[in-house]
Design a binder for this molecule. Sequence first.
Ligand code: HEM
Length: 138
Amino acid sequence: MGIIKHNIPELSLRFFTLILEIAPAAKKMFSFLKDTDEIPHNNPKLKAHAVKVFKMTCESAIQLDEKGEVVVGETTLKWLGSIHLEKGVIDPHFEVVKEALLRTVQEGTGDKWSEEMNGAWAEAYDHLATAIKNEMKI
Ligand code: HEM
């Protein structure tokens, strides 16, 4: 995560660029994207979402490693469930974000990237996404 943390502004932009490249229709869901033609630089909301996804996935990977499971607090989960429901997020969107996340991690870690690292991020993301989707009942 260290290497990723140091490049948050750049990687947040890259992450959203990839999300929109994979799924252009996702644009209208994000309050900070829907009225613009290009991805805004230095937008705090864009950065907040990217950082949350990076950070929560990273924390989930640590939990998986230490405890063999991912536990998301009830309050956080309720919050995440309701935000995403309200924004109209559906099941296939989680795959789009997963793909964009894994590619961002790969690009962001450069020659430190490995299949094993990729697997750890993918597994952690899947656990987190499943917890959010269960809360959303989708
Ligand atoms: C908002 C986390 C996946 C779309 C948020 C927020 C968090 C979050 C914490 C609230 C941000 C804030 O107000 O500070 C996550 C995590 C995800 C995930 C951990 C996966 C594990 C997705 C997916 C989509 C999505 C798959 C659909 C493409 C959104 C949208 C908002 C949001 C549209 C509202 C942002 C805004 O317009 O301000 N997410 N998210 N998220 N999320 Fe996610």
